[in-house]
Design a binder for this molecule. Sequence first.
Ligand code: SIN
Length: 258
Amino acid sequence: MRIGAEIGGVDLRRPPAGQQLAEVQRAIAEHQVIFFRDQPLSHDQLKAFGRSFGELIFHSSVAGLPDHPEVVAIHADAQSKYIAGEDWHSDLTCDAIPPMGSILYLHTVPETGGDTLFASMYAAYEALSSRMKAYLEGLTAEHDGNHVYRPLFPDLDRQYPCSVHPVVRTHPVTGRKGLFVNGSYTTRIVGMPKAESDAILGFLYQHVTNPNFHVRFRWRPHSVAFWDNRCTQHLAVWDYFPQTRSGFRVTIGGDKPV
Ligand code: SIN
């Protein structure tokens, strides 16, 4: 398998330390997204687990819970008009320093559906021809939060982050190269005519949808997914309306993509 591993025998209510922490760190580096079952987590326990891997950040565009501002609710039900993460993306690439990773805990899941797909950006990059890899080398692209968040929050008159990052980034832990453009945030390749930029990005977005690069996670109540945002994209499938799917997410600070 190119991406994804389920890990058993750990109780996330106590943050991992010592050898167990090292093993989880090794697992996320190797598998890019890891899954845990049967982990009923309070907000404090979710935050403590996240803090084992770095500083938690406040979502730059979506408000957290009043008493736990680092925790964002992920919720959909019969009243929902949209859900979070319905298109392929890595989290908050509009930020100048996009997050290292995110941890999603769902306590309530629909009877059927509501899976999350994860795609390996290492696999997507490695499957490109050497000519395409050479073409992309050194290019940068703009990632804009405005077209993502303004339509969701039309009453808020605010500017959302917009940043420029390399099209191919090198992972700071593994040293592997991965594609770092996504159809949600990335708007253009810098210094390129619009038609050419649109065509290249369109090709790359299509390329990422190849199921050979994916793992599909089927949630159960109290499952947890922890993904490395630097080498993956994900997509939440909204095929369960009007059922309820509900939980909480924390986001771990990252590093400037290079
Ligand atoms: C997200 O994009 O963070 C949401 C993922 C999900 O709900 O499965």
